[in-house]
Design a protein around this ligand. Sequence first.
Ligand code: NAP
Length: 317
Amino acid sequence: MGFRVYRPYVFPDAIDPAIGKELQRLGVAFEPVLHEATDAIVCLLATKVDAALLDRVPKLRVVSNVAVGYDNIDVSACTTRGVVVTNTPDVLTEATADLAWALLLAAARRIPEGDHFARSGKWKRWDWTTFRGADVHGRTLGILGAGRIGQATGHRGVGFSMEVLYTSRERKLLFEHTTMARRVDFKTLLRESDFLSIHVPLTKETHHLIGAKELALMKPGAILINTSRGPVVDEAALAKALKSGKLASAGLDVFEKEPKIHPALLKLGNVVLLPHIGSATDSTRRRMVETALRNCIAALKGEMPPNAVNAHALNKA
Ligand code: NAP
């Protein structure tokens, strides 16, 4: 007996041979199509797992997302059907925090604009006023959502002598202890941050959490960084705030309608745009695949996977 695993994307990474052996032992066959006999799904964010899809796969045991965010999956519809949902936390935390900082520095110091200018042949002489940006050191870094990645981003701020503020539903004592971070309410975070870095998951509550009203509360000349999910920010409102000069700049790795980018953002020079590459390093991507496969294997063996996001709900059911 074996298992049929729907895997719409073929990952090129060489994985731990022990995982390969276990998949072989279990008789796992990866397939590019979903059908009635599918036992498991190993997928990326582009796969929308909703009730309609679940109705087509009555034998399904697990949806193993190769990402920490799982807003592409209807978790309650999975739970109702006894399907476990898993993600890949921790292994991508540092890489994503590094990218948030790459965006922060690039937006503050106008790195893409400078690079473009240096290549363009327009650079004729050194000029005192060319590409002046914003100071980073000693300023205030606001973390919206101080979970794994938010805290890792905050930790890096200490090296830049920044004051770190954060907003989270729960207090993070260890984070406060190691960074001197101060927990503040959402409005204070908006009003006092020179840099606002967003790290909340996308949920009904966080959809457009940053809109025109929130942007209006931010400091003039503040810089916004988003490496969480695009729909947390109202892109049209952000484009207006950038165009008017209310915000000095922004750095975005994620967008509301990926891979489409709001046309108003594309026209602006003061926004750094990246194609959702927060976790895109070789070692991180390899560890994400390994984590997802370990989760899938555990579920196929009838065990609760280490990164089950609905374990609690399933245990209660
Ligand atoms: P996490 O550890 O679960 O952290 C999320 C934090 O957000 C938690 O601390 C949570 O609060 C907080 N939060 C949730 N709702 C909130 C709200 N309404 N207001 C304030 N705080 C709120 O997750 P993570 O591993 O850091 O990942 C965060 C997100 O980053 C993921 O969900 C994913 O969407 C995104 N991500 C993007 C990339 C990329 O390639 N750009 C890569 C990895 C992850 P409490 O802890 O207080 O409950």
